[in-house]
Design a protein around this ligand. Structure first.
Ligand code: MG
Length: 379
């Protein structure tokens, strides 16, 4: 059999999607396409190509050395921005497959969702936003769009990765609405593929941030056991296993929680889809968001999030680390702004085209925690 079949495979992708996807799933044949038209690939569908372009871009690789919540100084057990992203993609695919959504689109959206994060997570984001106050501010979701639409170069003839409209649209919906922008257009609500990625993101961080904080000794298991969500999972583990070490128990609880949250999300969302009679992408776009947990689990999840906010994200050690990172990044911003010639050449071009503030932001946002720290120490 020839490696590249002679019959047009774009048709085969469309046929496969037609046969396997639910009526409310986004089909690649119905995509609004790319900014620069491209001939169909002989054996990869358009959303699959988007996914591949994201995985192969430099900004994606740099996620490996970027903070999710805890920086690399604290060891190597906890999640990085990259492993968080992979957990999101994994959970999102599980949801998508069970709901017969477009998995290629879901995976592209999931792998891209955090690509715009600067070094040091939200601490870094806050500094860049402050430094860019007079120049439109900075937001990691907007920066993700800037990366895939302008900064990365997939093809020498154009800037950006030339991704499909639905992938860009999904990311655009994550970005905060600016006052001068109109809200989402009527009939242009989030695709289910987009909703599933948002849901998977929150399942991933709720569970892994608790796991990481326990491993790092920032919180105690006893505190989490006061939360119903955690308590029920611990009781289920106790029913199944007579004796467990603390670490074994933790691992089983985290696994059980993901399963519980995913199953609940599927059941609740499927009911809403049926209740609202969503039988097409057009109907999905006209409807409110339907992919979210049941009322009961939403409450329990919110309790866990409240706990994580107070006891983990605002832990004195994390806040102290946050301050050190912010002081360093702020200093670097000021330093580069005063001497643009120190920026790598590509960013000096940006300074000429889009102004010095944008160039310094693009450069600093591209750094990993590690390279930012090295630069700072070099002075
Ligand atoms: Mg995320």
């Amino acid at each position: 059999m020839p490696l590249v079949p002679s019959q047009p495979l774009a048709d085969a992708v469309a046929q496969r999607e037609q046969a396997t996807l639910a009526p409310y799933a986004m089909r690649s044949a119905d995509s609004a396409g790319r900014k620069q038209g491209e001939p169909p690939h002989p054996y990869r569908g358009p959303f699959q190509r988007d996914r591949d372009r994201i995985v192969h871009c430099a900004a994606f690789r740099r996620l490996s050395s970027k903070t999710q919540v805890f920086t690399g100084d604290l060891g190597d057990y906890h999640r990085t921005r990259l492993t968080h992203t992979l957990e999101v993609a994994s959970i999102a695919r599980t949801l998508a497959r069970a709901m017969r959504l477009n998995e290629d689109l879901v995976e592209a959206l999931a792998l891209m969702h955090d690509i715009g994060h600067p070094p040091f997570g939200h601490a870094g984001e806050a500094v860049l936003h402050e430094c860019m106050q007079q120049h439109g501010g900075f937001n990691h979701n907007c920066h993700a769009l800037r990366i895939v639409e302008h900064l990365e170069q997939g093809d020498p003839r154009s800037s950006g990765l030339n991704l499909s409209a639905e992938v860009l649209e999904g990311q655009r919906l994550r970005a905060p609405q600016r006052r001068e922008d109109a809200g989402p257009q009527e009939g242009h609500g989030a695709l289910l593929e987009v909703q599933v990625v948002d849901a998977a993101d929150s399942i991933a961080y709720d569970t892994h941030d608790a796991d990481d904080a326990l491993e790092l000794g920032l919180i105690e298991m006893g505190e989490l056991l006061e939360l119903p969500l955690w308590k029920e999972a611990a009781a289920a583990a106790a029913d199944r296993f007579a004796t467990l070490s603390q670490r074994q128990l933790r691992r089983i609880i985290v696994r059980d929680l993901i399963e519980r949250l995913v199953s609940d999300m599927l059941a609740a969302s499927t009911l809403r889809i049926a209740a609202q009679g969503l039988d097409s992408v057009a109907a999905v776009r006209r409807s409110e968001r339907v992919v979210h947990p049941s009322h009961e689990l939403a409450e329990q999840k919110a309790e866990l999030e409240g706990f994580l906010y107070q006891r983990v994200y605002r832990h004195p050690e994390i806040l102290a680390q946050r301050k050190r990172a912010q002081d360093a990044l702020r200093g670097m911003f000021v330093g580069y702004l005063a001497d643009i010639a120190r920026l790598p050449e590509a960013f000096q071009l940006t300074a000429r085209a889009n102004g010095a503030h944008q160039a310094v932001t693009d450069y600093l946002a591209s750094l990993t925690d590690r390279s930012a720290r090295q630069e700072f120490e070099r002075g």
